[in-house]
Design a protein around this ligand. Structure first.
Ligand SMILES: [Zn+2]
Length: 72
């Protein structure tokens, strides 16, 4: 289960989350997944590439995601 380290686009806190291939719709990359930050409790959209690395992220909830993941 890949573990990813990044930062929350809302509060800039360091975040850690686990993601699997089943968590994204892999019809098109980068594929969005919703991340809820444990520090500020806000949702953002992270776009993942085919190796489940973060390509970019958006503050809002963008369409196309199939899973919401809470940071650990
Ligand atoms: Zn945050």
């Amino acid at each position: 289960m890949p573990l990813r380290f990044n930062s929350c686009p809302h509060c800039n806190s360091k975040i850690t989350f686990k993601i699997e291939m089943e968590d994204i719709d892999s019809k098109q990359y980068p594929a969005p997944v919703y991340i809820i930050c444990r520090s500020c409790n806000k949702l953002s959209t992270f776009y993942m590439d085919s190796l489940l690395r973060v390509s970019y992220k958006e503050l809002e909830k963008k369409p196309g995601g199939i899973k919401t993941i809470e940071t650990t």
